[in-house]
Design a protein around this ligand. Structure first.
Ligand code: AOF
Ligand code: ZN
Length: 344
């Protein structure tokens, strides 16, 4: 394997260790190499804490070697004074010879300035090694910054004959327990989870993380005219919940009623979530909200379970014809993962 790829792979693995602790910051890893040996490593461990580069530099025993070393970092070193001093300045001070970067930081405070600073100071810079992997690793961070909305994951389970529910909206027992457990893991990975009005009403979901160990996402619900019954699980105040509507109602503990303009659409909801710094959302139905997001091309990933159950008739699953996907077998269910490369 190419040496640069090998060291960047290590930096990406280190970055991954920050998962769950650094959001809304990106996960970043850094490796210092001298004469084909790793002499230092570090990653961004905690939100508000030191970045990957100072951690990696601090781990180098013989600092004199830094001026003859190459630094591999998964994200462009920052050029701004944030909670910590600029990493680009640190690398310049330490006189590192070469910096190899996977992805450019699209934070408008950085956006290429880190690379420029390094080059202006005479440091050799290479960018683009394992860029695709680095962007995938921080897809929530990049989408949030570039598109000014949360990263959107659509999730549904459909029968073999293409239905998400029966005509009476009953949608139980489509996917198997393994698939359902995986969904709980997914929930724990996102900042928020959302359903539309009909799903809230007919499924009465809890939208929590019960079958996995992890944090609950913020629950988001659309109930335009506040017509949903108060005894739904979503209103139990056990988990912070946002309910978007166009009526009048005051907040309760753990339950915020957010009034939007009459006839608001999903873009308005996403805009408000963006202002609340929600970086990612998983949307678990129903068909109406999923179809709307697909037709507006407002999604990043769709995770679709297909089971071997047949309903014969019912509510049609969203159509993803003509789109490529990866497929995984899940103990009888099939999981298709679609990635949207043309989204807004
Ligand atoms: C780096 N190395 O390890 C990370 C970077 O609030 P602060 O000071 O922690 O800055 C956060 C921003 O810094 C974040 O939005 C992103 O642009 C960059 N993150 N940069 O050089 C790192 N985590
Ligand atoms: Zn930094």
């Amino acid at each position: 394997m190419d040496k640069d790829v090998q060291y960047m792979r290590r930096a990406l693995d280190l970055a991954e260790l920050g998962r769950g602790s650094v959001s809304p910051n990106p996960m970043v890893g850094c490796v210092v190499v001298h004469q084909d040996r790793i002499i230092g490593e570090g990653y961004h461990m905690k939100y508000g804490g030191p970045h990957a580069e100072p951690n990696a530099i601090a781990s180098v025993k013989n600092k004199e070697l830094l001026s003859k070393s190459t630094v591999y970092v998964t994200l462009e070193p920052c050029s701004h004074w944030g909670k910590t001093p600029p990493c680009a300045d640190l690398l310049i001070e330490r006189k590192v010879k070469k910096v190899i970067i996977a992805a450019v930081d699209s934070n408008p405070l950085v956006g290429g300035r880190g690379i420029q600073k390094l080059r202006d100071a005479g440091v050799e810079v290479v960018q683009g090694i394992m860029e695709k992997e680095a962007i995938e690793l921080n897809k929530r961070f990049f989408t949030f910054i570039q598109k000014k909305r949360p990263f959107i994951i659509l999730k549904w389970a459909e029968t073999q004959d293409g239905f998400v529910a029966r005509e009476n909206y009953d949608s139980k027992w489509i996917s198997n327990p393994y698939s359902r457990q995986l969904v709980h893991k997914w929930r724990s990975e996102e900042d928020a989870i959302m359903v539309g009005t009909l799903t809230a009403k007919y499924d009465n979901p809890r939208l929590d993380v019960r079958e996995w160990t992890g944090k609950n996402p913020i629950r988001v619900l659309i109930d335009r005219n506040l017509s949903l019954p108060n005894d739904l699980h979503l209103f139990d105040q056990k988990i912070p919940t946002l309910c978007y509507h166009q009526s009048d109602r005051s907040d309760q503990e753990n339950l915020s009623f957010i009034k939007l303009k009459d006839g608001f659409d999903l873009e308005d909801v996403l805009q408000d979530l963006y202002s609340k710094k929600i970086q990612s959302i998983i949307i678990e139905g129903g068909a109406k909200i999923l179809n709307k997001l697909i037709s507006k091309n407002l999604w990043d990933e769709a995770r679709v379970f297909t089971s071997n159950v047949c309903f014969g008739t019912g509510i049609h699953a969203p159509q993803m014809k003509g789109r490529s996907f990866d497929q995984i077998s899940m103990q009888g269910d099939h999981l298709k993962i679609f990635k949207n490369h043309t989204e807004k």
